[in-house]
Design a protein around this ligand. Structure first.
Ligand SMILES: Cc1cc2nc3c(=O)[nH]c(=O)nc-3n(C[C@H](O)[C@H](O)[C@H](O)COP(=O)(O)OP(=O)(O)OC[C@H]3O[C@@H](n4cnc5c(N)ncnc54)[C@H](O)[C@@H]3O)c2cc1C
Length: 443
């Protein structure tokens, strides 16, 4: 009997990884992607232990991902008259040591995506570029044995089930639950890739945060020579295209006041090889991620991209201190958690990877939602709550925020040693042993 076919919509970060995991279980996945080839757009992602643990289930993959392990956190204030280092901590290095060799790892998104695509192709998974999903038919009837998918170029295909991994602007989601506009959060981000500035060299591979009045800069290493950075501020709406700014805008930005950010931040702005700017968007939370034989995962289900969560988290108020948000750079990592649980539940209810009945899929998808919606919405809720006060403006608010950062990290400069293991586990409690404890994968 032939393996059940699965259509995966979207060859972003989640699509190819899901493809390999399903193929290893005995399914026959095919990936359809809207763009004409692997995307060169975007900057970087920060992989964390929960995401890396899932990727490690794909034999040989993690070693092929060009990445930089981050060892240190550093926090600075650029508030005029109060410019200073706020805190440092080697928590990421300790996290790596404690969590089975998975820490915080900076990756350049296009290179990471290519590694995932290479892995999918090495497993014989077809990836059809230039295919934009526009309609899904027959997903509503519980008796239907197949689901039919139509693409903008006129192509159609059918499969046993469909997984929508088509990101923030998911058509799969619109087909299931209707169209709704993405909501602009009021925050924009301007970012780039730059050589490592002299000021960073003493830190080693780090994630650096520089806080200002109504503005925040984050920067982390993605290889031995380069830093990916981004500046978040409250501004008018800007589209989310992940494309470079035009040359004149790039020049103006590089000569703007941002080029004067202290602690190496300004140097990053001036020396960027490319600068992109985009708005941060959100979507209303879904109560269900599936209908019939179609399910959503990743940003299509819960658009919680690393930048959206990470940055709203960093603008936390004194009532909602930032240590509770250590783990919030989670978009891609949450997508990998989705993949793990979807594969685990398929294995639980369909161990022989037979052609699944609609009832079986309903059981799998419902259990997936029951597990995942509370977790992903808790992360979003935390970030949104923090987001209410996220761009801290005015000297008093900024000084209070700086104090919270200092207090949060006081006495945590050096966390190496057994005495601190429990503290580090607490700091990273939400990702430390998710989605499974080291060595205890159920797939
Ligand atoms: C081009 C691009 C660049 C990005 N750069 C960054 C970055 O620098 N930093 C960051 O933090 N996050 C970035 N993100 C977002 C980040 O990849 C996701 O938030 C996260 O990894 C979750 O992954 P995902 O697979 O669910 O979604 P995504 O990685 O967004 O992938 C979705 C994929 O689906 C495709 N797609 C969309 N609609 C259709 C359709 N109708 N039919 C078929 N395919 C479709 C898209 O082209 C895309 O390849 C970027 C996303 C994209 C699309």
């Amino acid at each position: 009997m032939s393996a059940p076919k699965v259509i995966i919509a979207g060859c972003g970060v989640a699509g190819p990884a899901l493809g390999v995991v399903l193929k290893l279980q005995g399914y026959d996945p095919v990936i359809y992607e809207r763009t004409d080839g692997p995307s060169e757009l975007g900057l970087s992602l920060c992989l964390q232990p929960n995401g890396l643990r899932v990727l490690s289930l794909i034999p040989g993959l993690v070693d092929l991902i060009p990445r930089k392990r981050l060892r240190q956190l550093a926090f600075y204030s650029m508030l005029p008259g109060h410019e200073r280092e706020l805190a440092r901590s080697n928590a990421p290095a300790v996290l790596h040591a404690l969590s089975g060799g998975f820490g915080m790892e900076g990756v350049r998104r296009p290179l990471f995506l290519q590694a995932l695509i290479d892995a999918a192709q090495a497993h014989g998974i077809p990836i059809l570029f230039g295919h934009q999903l526009v309609a899904v038919d027959g997903h509503e009837g519980t008796d239907a044995e197949r689901v039919v998918v139509r693409f903008a170029n006129g192509h159609t295909d059918e499969a046993s089930f469909v997984v929508g991994c088509d990101g923030l602007h998911s058509n799969t989601r619109a087909c299931l639950f209707g169209k709704e506009a993405a909501m602009f959060t009021g925050l924009t981000q301007t970012g780039g890739i730059s050589p490592i500035p002299e000021a960073f060299s003493a830190l080693g591979p780090s994630m650096v945060n520089i806080y200002g009045d109504g503005v925040h800069m984050i920067a982390y290493q993605i290889n031995d020579e380069q830093i990916s950075w981004a500046i978040t501020q409250r501004e008018a709406e800007e589209r989310e295209t992940w494309r470079d700014m035009d040359v004149d805008r790039q020049r103006a930005f590089k000569e703007s006041a941002f080029s004067q950010i202290p602690f190496g931040g300004g140097e990053l702005v001036k020396t960027a090889s490319r600068v992109i700017k985009f708005g941060l968007y959100d979507r209303p939370e879904l109560k269900s991620w599936h209908k019939g034989r179609v399910v959503l995962i990743g940003d299509a289900a819960h658009p919680t991209s690393p930048v959206r969560l990470f940055f709203s988290a960093l603008f936390a108020s004194a009532d909602d201190p930032p240590q509770t948000h250590q783990h919030l750079g989670q978009g891609a990592n949450q997508a990998f958690e989705d993949i793990y649980h979807l594969a685990r539940l398929l294995k639980k209810y369909n161990p022989g990877a037979q052609a699944p009945s609609a009832a079986l899929l309903d059981t799998v998808f419902t259990e997936l939602e029951q597990l995942r919606i509370p977790r992903t919405s808790a992360l979003v809720t935390k970030a949104r709550a923090a987001g209410n006060t996220r761009v801290v403006s005015g000297a008093n608010m900024c000084l209070a925020r700086d104090e919270v950062v200092r207090e949060t990290w006081r006495g945590k400069e050096d966390l190496l040693g057994d005495d601190h293991a429990e503290l580090v586990k607490t700091l990273y409690v939400d990702i430390f042993s998710e989605p499974f404890e080291a060595g205890k994968s159920e797939i």
